[in-house]
Ligand binder design. Structure first.
Ligand code: ZN
Ligand code: ZN
Length: 268
């Protein structure tokens, strides 16, 4: 496929205000497998961006456009280092990740937009999980006229700080606790805002096919992470993919996967 055969998107990023201080940013022209949610939390002293998408188009101007004061500090938290969560992280000055994935954050596995570059085993994993088949390239539109699909590279960036279980992200008038939720990836983190019962579940929990059989994934750890989030007094979950949901649906998702994995996760 040549770049000229794809239409040019009107805007690359879609932005949606979820509450007075929370924005959802998505990439609707990225294939559903690689189209992740980015959340922007506005605070009094600083703002927080949770994940940074594929890095197909500049993200920083979009994020700054949503912030009341773009001169205020901005923290970018990478929930883990899969391509769809760290693509634009190099555009941000303050970059946090769990120590287990710090090296990958700096030097991520190379990624290209051509689907041919993705291993057959990896593609099959997503199909088996329930995702639609991949397109020839991972995008169905160009961010701008003349965009060079072949020139895309996943860059990564050196983390400027590390976050572990129990750490707090403090925006002055908004504090959330870091939860280490391994399983989908070894250094997967979520964020728990206890005051509002809000869980940023990242790729530990979202309302779509969960991915648990690839490199670095661990079903036993994943089951434990799901039990942990289920025990929280959750009002709303904003996941790493797909629309947000409440406690009732969280319980259904967890029950479904624990049932699916019961042979692998049964005590010896
Ligand atoms: Zn992931
Ligand atoms: Zn993801």
């Amino acid at each position: 496929m040549t770049t000229t055969s794809l239409p040019v998107a009107e805007t690359w990023y879609k932005t949606e205000q979820l509450s007075s201080r929370l924005w959802l940013i998505t990439e609707p022209h990225v294939h559903p497998i690689f189209s992740a949610n980015m959340h922007l939390v506005l605070g009094r002293d600083a703002d927080l961006l949770i994940d940074s998408g594929m890095g197909v188009a500049p993200l920083r101007p979009v994020v700054d456009g949503l912030r009341p004061d773009a001169a205020r500090p901005l923290i970018c938290l990478s929930t883990h280092t899969h391509v769809d969560h760290i693509g634009a992280v190099h555009e941000f000055d303050e970059r946090l990740v769990h120590p287990v994935e710090a090296a990958e954050h700096e030097n991520p596995e190379p990624y290209f937009l051509s689907t041919d570059s993705i291993s057959r085993a990896f593609r099959d994993l997503f199909l088996k999980a329930g995702y639609p088949a991949l397109w020839p390239v991972l995008i169905n539109a160009l961010p701008h006229e003349g965009y060079d699909i072949e020139g895309y590279r996943l860059r990564g960036a050196v983390p400027t700080g590390l976050v572990e279980e129990g750490d707090r992200i403090d925006l002055g008038d908004w504090q959330a606790e870091v939860l280490h939720l391994p399983g989908h990836s070894p250094g997967q983190v979520g964020l728990w805002h206890a005051e509002s019962g809000t869980l940023f579940g990242a790729d530990a929990i979202y309302d779509g096919p969960l991915i648990y059989e690839g490199a670095g994934m661990d079903v036993v750890a994943y089951a434990e992470s799901l039990r942990r989030v289920q025990a929280l007094p959750v009002e709303v979950v904003h996941g790493g993919h797909d629309p947000s949901f409440g406690k009732g649906w969280l319980d259904e998702i967890v029950a479904r996967y624990l049932q699916l994995w019961k042979n692998e996760t049964a005590p010896a």
